[in-house]
Design a protein around this ligand. Structure first.
Ligand code: 13P
Ligand code: SF4
Length: 352
């Protein structure tokens, strides 16, 4: 029998790119040029909360969307544009293409992957599934089109829990991939055992429980908000565990004045925009003796910038292509998730 591998492939984690610093005038001029190019190309920006604040702002100013991965997937299907420009990571662009084969889907950098995606190669994953044919295969959206094509359900962090609960209430046994921390969290919440792939997010895995406890003691009235890709010892300290959208809503809705946030710090722009009076602190990623306190920023999300967006709009390169046979298989579990979301009223609109 093939069990899940004890370790995942070595993942090359890139250094954060150093984008040239622009003066206010240069940035403004660049944004104006991009706006004109978006119109010329009948293109719309679909951005994640973790990308550079300038890109999030530009997406909003030009009628695009800034959202979590569930809403990004849904938005592309309703957008009235020939071209979707996905500012995020590769799986988000692939999901957009799988759902919208007639649209051109471009990304500022096709090398923007994700440690979860890279840590779950389709061939090994397929063998794992083949060895457990009595299990329903549920994969996190942070995977390749090939892995999605091998799944029964695709889920994002905003909908994983209700879907696994629904499946377990129907008596189905679940094989989960690839994020072991999100999987462990769901397992505990639903009270079922799942067969699990041992992947993880290199960004969320860095949050340190001990340092978080110490920071919380300094700010006892702060609410702790945690994305479920974080380790269990960090999740245990959370007042709210949820998707990026759920964490933003918590900042808006909870009465606390201060928040300690364990997720990528790109999210702070939207949180501060919607709740300007709240004080936001980044959960610590550094252990004893480290020189940085928190460096929670995804190196792949950081590959998206105004500069390469402009180049992309000039060249029209970096297009996502997906083999049609794979696409036709992968669209089934994604559509199942979107239908479940619509029937159960999950997600819908980005926080305003
Ligand atoms: P969300 O679906 O919560 O936006 O998360 C995507 C992601 O990649 C988190 O690291
Ligand atoms: Fe992947 Fe983690 Fe980056 Fe999200 S933050 S895209 S899970 S590596």
């Amino acid at each position: 029998m093939v069990t899940a591998p004890q370790s995942i492939p070595d993942i090359h984690v890139p250094k954060h790119p150093l984008w040239p610093i622009l003066s206010a005038q240069e940035k403004d001029a660049l944004k104006q040029r991009i706006k004109a190019l978006l119109e010329e190309n009948n293109a719309v920006l679909v951005a994640h909360y973790y990308v550079d604040a300038d890109l999030q702002e530009l997406a909003e100013e030009t009628g695009g969307c800034v959202a979590d991965s569930l809403e990004m997937a849904r938005y592309g299907t309703t957008a009235n544009a020939d071209t979707l420009i996905v500012c995020g990571v590769r799986f988000m662009g692939e999901t957009a293409k799988i759902l919208n084969p007639e649209k051109r889907v471009l990304m500022p950098d096709l090398g923007a992957t994700c440690s979860l995606d890279e840590g779950c190669p389709a061939k090994e994953f397929s063998a794992f599934c083949d060895a457990h044919p009595d299990h329903t295969v549920v994969v996190y959206a942070n995977t390749s089109a090939e892995v999605k094509a091998r799944s029964d359900w695709t889920v994002t962090s905003g909908i994983a829990l209700p879907i696994v609960r629904y499946l377990s209430e129907k008596g189905e046994k679940v094989l989960w991939a690839p994020d072991k921390h999100l999987g462990a969290y769901i397992q505990k919440q639903v009270g079922v055992d799942m067969l699990m792939w041992p992947g993880s997010c290199v960004v969320h895995e860095e949050f340190k429980a001990f340092a978080l406890e110490r920071l919380h003691k300094l700010h006892p009235d702060a609410a702790v908000l945690v994305h479920p890709e974080s380790p269990e010892s960090v999740i245990e300290q959370a007042d709210v565990v949820g998707s990026t959208t759920a964490l933003i809503k918590a900042v808006q809705e909870l009465p606390n004045e201060t928040f300690i946030i364990a997720t990528d710090d790109g999210i702070f722009w939207k949180m501060q925009q919607l709740a300007p009076d709240k004080k936001l602190l980044s959960a610590p990623t550094a252990g004893e003796g480290a020189t940085c306190v928190s460096c929670a920023h995804c190196p792949w999300m950081a590959m998206n910038a105004l500069q390469n967006l402009e180049q992309l709009l000039h060249k029209g390169n970096n297009e996502i292509h997906i083999d049609e046979q794979i696409r036709q298989k992968a669209v089934v579990p994604i559509q199942r998730m979107l239908d479940f979301a619509a029937t159960h009223g999950i997600g819908g609109t980005a926080p305003k």
